[in-house]
Design a binder for this molecule. Structure first.
Ligand SMILES: Cc1cc2nc3c(=O)[nH]c(=O)nc-3n(C[C@H](O)[C@H](O)[C@H](O)COP(=O)(O)O)c2cc1C
Length: 195
């Protein structure tokens, strides 16, 4: 056995999405963010396109980003904007000092379809989640609609040709690690063929 099956299984089953509202405020160090992203880049990707791009917002920059995104939300929602929601977005910058804007650099003239690069990016995010879990850090992939608003695009700052793929928040959870989630039984999603 090259790895402990028990440890590997526990890591995967223990992984949870933990929203920034449940973060303690303890800071995540840059070295850990680097390690998490480094492992993200070891995800499978067809043709080694390595389509992931990361913009990391830490400390003051995380506060600034979420202030800008609160503005983007307000503008995007227009008359339907809720003050409570705007405040929630702003507060995320106070609670979370490490926010990664995920980007996808897909070559539309290249050999592979968009979905394959999107799949590779999602695999990278799973690696990031797992490394966070190993550190006792909660990860949270968030893809709200207002991220497509021009004010948000400006704040996220993705390069030309890079498509925004949401935010990945990292933070230590307050109190106990959340309990196991729910999934459909395997029988429900699997058909076996043996001949
Ligand atoms: C592509 C993608 C986008 C997501 N976007 C959001 C989001 O915008 N808001 C949210 O609350 N959760 C989001 N999630 C997290 C899911 O809600 C979460 O994975 C799901 O509830 C299962 O919980 P678990 O990750 O703890 O197993 C996203 C997950 C994926 C894979």
């Amino acid at each position: 056995m090259r790895h402990s099956i028990s440890d590997s299984s526990q890591l995967i089953l223990d992984r949870r999405s933990i929203s920034p509202e449940r973060f303690s405020g303890r800071k995540v160090h840059r070295e850990i963010v680097e390690e998490v992203l480094q492992h993200g880049t070891w995800a499978p990707n067809h043709g080694l396109t390595q389509p992931w791009r990361f913009h990391v917002f830490m400390d003051g920059a995380a506060v600034g980003l979420m202030d800008s995104l609160a503005e983007a939300y307000r503008s995007h929602a227009g008359d339907a904007a809720l003050e409570k929601k705007e405040e929630k977005i702003r507060m995320r910058g106070q609670r979370c000092n490490a926010i990664v804007a995920l980007g996808l650099a897909h070559d539309s003239e290249g050999r592979f379809p968009l979905w394959e690069d999107q799949a590779a990016l999602a695999a990278a995010v799973q690696n990031m989640y797992l490394m966070c879990t190993a550190h006792g850090i909660g990860g949270f992939w968030s893809t709200p609609g207002f991220l497509s608003h021009p004010l948000a695009l400006d704040a996220l700052g993705h390069e030309e040709g890079v498509q925004g793929m949401g935010l990945f928040y990292m933070g230590y959870p307050e109190g106990d690690w959340p309990s196991k989630g729910h999934r459909k039984p395997l029988e429900y999603v699997t058909r076996w063929k043996t001949e």
